[in-house]
Write a protein that binds this ligand. Structure first.
Ligand SMILES: Nc1ncnc2c1ncn2[C@@H]1O[C@H](COP(=O)(O)OP(=O)(O)OP(=O)(O)O)[C@@H](O)[C@H]1O
Ligand SMILES: [Mg+2]
Length: 228
């Protein structure tokens, strides 16, 4: 199973989502590799803190450029790969999508981020015309935790209206804007290892939703669901 996390909009929460999802798989006893294709190497900081504290961690590769060769080398050893990409339309993100089973697009409820989503829709449509196996979903991230948020509703409506016939799911689950999502990273912990029950529950709901929709997880492997 190859999962790419991408959004041309910088700062939408790709790397945060990537390290949390990879650690979740790890805690499910899955062998997992993260391929960070961003020169910022954000995930490396998290991995180093974890290793310094002797906490088990996923395997990390930092690669830019022709990542297809790297992925082909990784696949025989590690079946499950999560690819983090940079916040722009890069060669790496296109290559990653071309070779992936699932694309997760974290997006935040601001007008600027929403505008970039239309570009992502075009990109996904283009990639899916070549990689027919690519499933895609949008995760609403950094949602301020207030009972009614106009921007959240506006974002949902915009996505549903503009994705039209595209094969992209809008996830029901959301990730709120929480300081614990920043703090846990600086302690080398994923959100599900951190003492914030609400944040943990929310992340687990997201995880459950993508499991139900896109893959099947067994003791030894993660298998993608067949497209109906
Ligand atoms: N749900 C959240 N709640 C609060 N802060 C968040 C959340 N998700 C991400 N962040 C914070 O937002 C900032 C950007 O997140 P992150 O680096 O994951 O984004 P990115 O999409 O990988 O950025 P880039 O495009 O630069 O690679 C970080 O400071 C991170 O801690
Ligand atoms: Mg990043």
């Amino acid at each position: 199973m190859i999962i790419t996390i991408a959004n041309q909009k910088g700062g939408s929460g790709k790397s945060t989502l990537c390290l949390n999802l990879a650690t979740k798989f790890l805690l499910q006893n899955q062998e997992i590799v993260v391929l960070d294709t961003d020169v910022q190497k954000s995930i490396e900081t998290f991995v180093n803190i974890r290793l310094d504290k002797n906490i088990k961690c996923f395997t990390l590769f930092n690669r830019t450029g022709n990542i297809t060769d790297t992925i082909k080398q990784i696949i025989p050893k590690f079946q499950n790969i999560i690819i983090d990409t940079k916040g722009e339309d890069s060669i790496e993100s296109r290559k990653a999508m071309l070779i992936s089973d699932l694309l997760i697009i974290p997006s935040t409820p601001s007008q600027l981020d929403i505008a970039v989503l239309t570009k992502m829709f075009e990109r996904v449509s283009e990639i899916q015309s070549i990689n027919e196996n690519l499933r895609a979903c949008i995760l609403m991230n950094k949602i301020p935790p207030v009972p009614y948020l106009r921007e959240k509703q506006a974002m949902r409506e915009f996505i549903l209206e503009n994705k039209k016939s595209l094969n992209i799911d809008l996830l029901e689950s959301i990730i709120s804007e929480r300081i614990s999502l920043k703090r846990c990273v600086s302690e080398g912990l994923s959100i599900i290892e951190y003492a914030d029950e609400k944040a943990k529950k929310e992340f687990n709901e997201f995880y459950q939703e993508i499991c139900d929709k896109f893959f099947r997880i067994t003791k030894n492997a993660i298998f993608k669901n067949q497209i109906n």
